[in-house]
Design a protein around this ligand. Structure first.
Ligand code: SF4
Length: 330
């Protein structure tokens, strides 16, 4: 549900990639096919899905790396496509991205100082005489020692490199950061440190996060709301507590019933086990009707023909899911 103070509003977003021409019929990968959500200042929306679900394509559309096929992305009330055409630099200052692998997202030929100085120069964040002081402040924010300024990324550990990538994203004082699987390329031992740093920075700087991940259990402690994607669509979206305590879509239940729990409280709310069946189909060949029908144990005749629409499951419209069973129950 959107409200007046949303920082980001995405409506009916579609991104199709043409793949090949078979006779006269053009085929498309429907990477995103009608995605809608919103994000408030200081909020984290966890966008979760298996590979091929379209979650990273949403991220790249939001930061302007892809042009949507159709639909709308508004940042602080204005269309991102228009802002990118008219005022690309101010927009890029306000929306930053942290990629999955800092080994490839940081320039190996630049020292940490040079990496962090570049956005200050491009976006004219401060006077050149203040670059060193500002870079030191960024190092403080991510708790890296100052002497790392003179190191190259290859001399740092994976977690330290990701801290540099986070510091680079913070250099422009953004309001929204897209986190594209920021911990999944890292050792488990450093993942918690990265997450804790992100949570602390969010509080200190009132940052909004669009957190892309395949790790559903991670979202329990990180996200304000969680959306689960399946074949380019949001299957279910809900405030985090509702999402984990009363999941309603069969796909969400299937995923939640298979992840390990660590406390009796989590065990209490674990849904009844739904066996995971099959693999996610190719986005070039999305099944007719409900796209989950090839794996859903509850699939009916109607599911093979009709694509379900989102059903509001609470009075505020914060908890929504797409499933014909929910339409029937109301
Ligand atoms: Fe399963 Fe049908 Fe619901 Fe899709 S619409 S999730 S196939 S019951």
């Amino acid at each position: 549900m959107k409200s007046g103070n949303d920082i980001l509003v995405v409506e009916d977003l579609k991104k199709y990639f043409p793949v090949k021409t078979k006779g006269k019929q053009e085929l498309f990968v429907k990477a995103i096919d009608g995605v809608s959500f919103s994000l408030k200042p200081g909020e984290t929306l966890g966008l979760v899905g298996e590979s091929g679900s379209g979650k990273s394509t949403v991220a790249y559309d939001v930061v302007g790396m892809y042009s949507p096929t159709s639909g709308s992305i508004r940042f602080k009330g204005r269309e991102i496509g228009m802002l990118l055409r008219e005022r690309p630099l101010p927009l890029k200052k306000e929306i930053q991205i942290v990629f999955q692998d800092p080994g490839t997202s940081l320039n190996p030929k630049r020292t940490v100082y040079k990496i962090l100085e570049l956005p200050l120069r491009i976006h004219k964040i401060c006077e050149p005489k203040d670059y060193v002081k500002y870079v030191a402040r960024l190092m403080d924010l991510v708790e890296l020692p100052y002497e790392y300024m003179f190191k190259y990324p290859s001399a740092l550990g994976g977690g330290e490199r990701q801290m540099v990538a986070i510091a680079r994203a913070l250099a422009t004082n953004p309001q929204l950061i897209v986190l594209d699987e920021p911990t999944s390329a890292l050792d488990v031992s450093v993942q918690a440190k990265i997450i804790n740093t992100l949570l602390r920075l969010q509080k200190e700087m009132n940052l909004s996060y669009l957190f892309i991940t395949h790790d559903l259990s991670l979202m329990r402690n990180v996200a304000s709301r969680v959306a689960i994607m399946y074949l380019g669509k949001i299957a279910e979206i809900a405030p985090t507590e509702d999402f984990f305590r009363s999941p309603r879509h069969p796909y969400t239940k299937m995923l939640l019933s298979s992840i390990p729990v660590v406390s009796p409280e989590e065990e209490k709310y674990r849904p009844e086990r739904i066996e995971s069946r099959g693999e996610i189909p190719s986005p070039v060949n999305v099944p007719a009707g409900c796209s989950f029908n090839t794996r859903c144990p509850f699939a009916m005749e109607r599911c093979l023909k009709e694509d379900p629409v989102p059903v509001a499951l609470d009075a505020e419209g914060l908890h929504m899911a797409r499933c014909h069973l929910l339409e029937m129950r109301g």
